[in-house]
Design a protein around this ligand. Structure first.
Ligand SMILES: [Zn+2]
Length: 151
């Protein structure tokens, strides 16, 4: 990588971003670069769904944290040394199972009850997977039902 660097003795050092023609950083180019990566079409589709521009940014950021398992669940707090004993790692909602991301949002009886209550309220049928990411991939069928209902 260092071999690629050209040194011009009479020019002052400056930052340059390789992905734009003018060398200046641009969030729109960065977004384009990340979402048009040919190596990961599935990831790109997933990424676009998470960072959907119609969502408020704080909702999208929260979704992203859930999908990347970056929520401070008790298991994550244990992994980071915040909780010293997994005996203190029981789910905040049911106090029965260990609290990891999939349990907290999907597999906990309290969470499942909440999801089903929301589905009843919205008048739609939902499919909950055991994993957050797989359930998130089903959100499209949920929103289709809602948009059909609204006409
Ligand atoms: Zn629970």
């Amino acid at each position: 990588m260092i071999e690629e660097v050209k040194i011009y003795p009479r020019c002052p050092d400056e930052w340059e971003w390789r992905h734009s023609k003018d060398g200046l950083y641009s969030t729109s180019i960065a977004y384009e670069m990340l979402t048009k990566d040919e190596r990961g079409l599935v990831e790109t589709k997933f990424f676009k769904r998470v960072w959907n521009p119609i969502l408020p940014s704080k909702i999208a950021a929260f979704n992203w944290k859930v999908m990347m398992d970056r929520i401070p669940t008790k298991l994550n707090l244990f992994k980071r040394g915040v909780i010293k004993d997994m005996e203190d790692g029981k789910c905040t909602l049911c106090e029965v199972e260990d609290e990891d991301i999939n349990h907290l949002f999907l597999n906990c009886n309290v969470a499942r009850w909440l999801w089903m209550a929301c589905a009843n309220w919205w008048g739609i049928t939902i499919k909950l997977d055991k994993e957050c990411r797989k359930t998130f991939e089903n959100f499209g069928t949920w929103t289709k039902q809602l948009s059909i209902r609204e006409g």
